[in-house]
Ligand binder design. Structure first.
Ligand code: SAH
Length: 381
């Protein structure tokens, strides 16, 4: 017999919560109190919603399971700037969420699916296939988990590690992610496991939930969704995305190469993809970024740089930006990161053609912080 899985309170929309409260014969203002507990005070159990009568708290606890994500492995990079957690879901599936710091910036990288069906060969998640979509609550909880950590004093490893027996140990990494100046997340990127536009409704609902002004109210402009290039998803997102940023994982600028690196290209080839990107920026007037993992000898050639520039030139110049990132090597893929000189030559080629670009530094290599890598390394050891 399978254990009955209770839903997460974070799966409810505000309307659903109101209906439930009415059904239970509770006064309407209870819905607002619960919502504020969930998204303003960010409580992590019904017990701490002490403004509710005990009977209601008990009823909620019987119907809903609060924390659905159980941290199974929690790793801090040696430099202290990247923290990665492998979470177990109630059905035993696993997902990864990463917190990255950079000066006062605190970015959480969240997953939208357990696994991924897109099968990009260089991506650890793609190598493992799809397990299932995440619910809205599971997406939202990843983000709130880290926000709570940043807010809570006792949760700061820097302090706890420095007190007591560990005081003299120098081999333990010390987090730089939690200090008095940075007690809030500043950015959210949906660049963890999975393809957001294959799990479109839950992803859009999560974006709305996180930015709900009656709830947590996180700024939509500080959120980014990254897609492999699902054309109908990009078209819908132009209408639904509001101020949320869009990134497209392009990785190759000719169909023959992109068919190999991003197999969904066979369904949505570059011509259609670019048309969707162009309509998106024209409709939203928001800047779109192209993601490009630089793979030695594969897509870091000058021909690819020129082809990429030609694609980017199809869009209004100020509305397109290229994010370059040296490949994070994975077990299932033989490719290596591009070498420094080749990266420089690739960038020079883009710059000569007026394409704005940045080179992202790879973070947390020592903790397998690349998409899906931690789960892969655990599964294989
Ligand atoms: N499915 C979405 C989001 C998840 S991956 C997408 O494809 O955009 C987030 C980004 O990391 C994508 O650009 C993806 O191509 C890239 N990525 C995946 N594996 C990588 C690796 N091993 N090295 C560098 N970038 C990688």
């Amino acid at each position: 017999m399978t254990k009955r899985l209770r839903p997460s309170p974070l799966d409810l929309t505000y309307d659903e919560l109101q209906n439930l409260i009415a059904e239970w014969g509770e006064p309407a203002f209870r819905a607002r109190q619960i919502w504020e507990g969930l998204y303003r005070r960010l409580v992590d159990s019904f017990d701490t919603m002490t403004n509710l009568p005990r009977s209601l708290r008990q009823r909620l606890a019987a119907e809903f399971q609060f924390a659905q994500l159980t941290p199974r492995i929690d790793l801090l990079s040696k430099d202290g700037w990247t923290r990665k957690i492998l979470f177990t879901l109630p059905d035993g599936k696993e997902i990864e969420t990463v917190l990255m710091g950079y000066h006062t910036r605190r970015t959480v990288c969240a997953s939208t699916q357990a696994g991924c069906a897109m099968a990009c060969p260089f991506c650890a998640t793609g190598q493992g296939g799809l397990q299932r979509n995440l619910t809205t609550g599971e997406i939202v909880e990843q983000v709130l988990f880290f926000e709570r950590q940043l807010r809570t004093d006792e949760a700061r490893p820097e302090r706890s590690r420095r007190s007591g027996r560990d005081e003299d140990r120098t081999d333990l990494p010390t987090t730089r992610l939690q200090d008095d100046a940075t007690t809030r997340l500043t950015n959210i990127v949906f660049m963890g496991m999975g393809e957001p536009f294959v799990n479109y409704p839950a992803t859009i609902e999560a974006l709305r939930r996180l930015s709900d002004p009656d709830g947590w109210g996180f700024g939509a402009r500080r959120m980014t969704v990254s897609t492999v290039g699902i054309v109908p998803g990009i078209e819908k997102f132009a209408r639904d995305g509001g101020q949320v940023n869009l990134a497209v994982s392009i990785h190759a600028a000719t169909d023959d190469l992109r068919d190999q690196l991003v197999p969904i290209n066979k369904r949505y080839p570059l011509r259609d993809l670019l048309a969707a990107c162009r309509s998106y920026v024209e409709a939203t007037r928001r800047r779109l970024s192209f993601e490009w993992a630089l793979i030695d000898g594969v897509n870091d050639t000058l021909e690819q740089a020129r082809a990429l520039a030609r694609l980017a030139q199809q869009m209004p110049r100020h509305l397109v930006h290229v994010n370059l990132i040296p490949l994070n090597p994975t077990r299932g893929y033989a490719g290596a990161a591009s070498r420094r000189e080749r990266i420089a030559a690739f960038r020079a080629e883009l710059e000569r053609r007026g394409i704005s670009n940045t080179l992202r530094v790879r973070r947390g290599i020592d903790i397998h912080a690349g998409c899906g890598q931690l789960r892969q390394s655990i599964a294989q050891n």
